[in-house]
Design a protein around this ligand. Structure first.
Ligand code: FVH
Length: 296
């Protein structure tokens, strides 16, 4: 146990963590570091050993884990595992708060919230927007949905995992945001890797290109904020740059890639989306207009 990392504020509430895979272990570790009395349980018991060595209490079974704390955090593979573990313990959970940080669909989240409500269980559905090494860093977000009052009551405890972002009363929204934000991440990764391959073909080191790319992303983020206002207004004036001008620009990306033997599927997809907007008569609009293609 690393005593130097563990502080014990008088107000640290007891918490239970069920599921000690890579993420669950990181969550339990963050609670311990912040001085919360932490009870842990995992299907494969040995995964609890390092946490027990840091001061966690090992529950003998899931029922013991559930009854050890008012706040019960679960982070297992999927919702099927959550329900398999907790359905038989609904009565033990009554009056407690279940925080489900397992990844799932909005529909699964809403169904689990309904199950919890039917049994008098407080329910928060969450989406962890980082990987295990980022848990405990307040610059990383953890999205919560389904219980603004519950989140307010337990904010101080949950804040030790990351910055809690309240998405409101609809329990499906953390999963919906999570799925969409992962899609955004994969699109960014794809564009960055394609561009890094392009620059690399002319001898540019990935780290050199990425330093410039990261600055560009903050400008792109600024574009997005402006375009979001257009989307909410349902109007897409091409007052900064039109789709027409971007069709011309993306041709250069395609040609540069072809000349260097770089796979062009990603820019061709963007060109296809832009051309659809142009063919529908919207070439003079801003790039935000392309949301209409996704909506179809
Ligand atoms: N790792 C990450 O970066 C991401 C970040 C965003 C959120 N995800 C989600 O977190 C859930 C758990 O992910 P994980 O990375 O901890 O996954 P594993 O290390 O594979 O651990 C899986 C745990 O689930 C337990 N488990 C699986 N099936 C069952 C079951 N039927 N009954 C009880 N427990 C079950 C497994 O137990 P064991 O195999 O050790 O016995 C692990 O504790 C996941 O939803 C991510 O999408 C992580």
């Amino acid at each position: 146990m690393n005593e130097q990392n563990v502080s014990t504020p008088a107000t640290a509430a007891p918490v239970t963590v069920i599921g000690l895979g890579l993420m669950g272990a990181a969550l339990a570790d963050a609670f311990l570091t912040a001085g919360h009395p932490t009870t842990v349980w995992n299907r494969t018991p040995g995964k609890a050993d390092p946490l027990v060595g840091r001061g966690a209490v090992r529950a003998a079974d899931v029922a013991g884990a559930v009854t050890a704390s008012e706040l019960v955090v679960v982070c297992v593979l999927d919702y099927a595992a959550v329900r398999e573990l907790l359905d038989p313990l609904a009565e033990s959970l009554r009056g407690r708060v279940l925080v489900n940080l397992t990844t799932g669909s909005p529909e699964q989240a809403r169904e689990t919230a309904d199950w919890a409500a039917a049994h008098g269980i407080g329910y928060l559905d969450g989406g962890i927007m980082t990987t295990p090494p980022g848990v405990g860093d307040s610059s990383n977000m953890i999205l919560y949905a389904g219980g603004p009052e519950l989140l307010a009551r337990h904010r101080a405890t949950l804040a030790v995992l990351g910055d809690p972002v309240d998405l409101g009363a609809d329990a499906g929204l953390a999963s919906l945001y999570d799925a969409g934000l992962l899609g955004l991440m994969w699109s960014v990764f794809g564009g960055w890797l394609h561009a890094t391959a392009l620059a690399g073909a002319d001898g540019v080191a990935a780290k050199d290109f990425t330093a410039v790319a990261n600055r560009w992303l903050s400008t792109v983020s600024w574009f997005m904020s402006g375009y979001a206002e257009q989307i909410d207004a349902g109007e897409y004036p091409g007052e900064d740059a039109t789709i027409d001008v971007q069709v011309a620009a993306i041709e250069h990306l395609l040609h540069a890639g072809e000349a260097r033997g770089v796979d062009g599927r990603l820019p061709r997809l963007h060109l296809e989306l832009m051309r659809a907007a142009v063919e529908a008569g919207h070439g003079g609009d801003s790039y935000a207009r392309i949301i209409e293609t996704f909506r179809k």
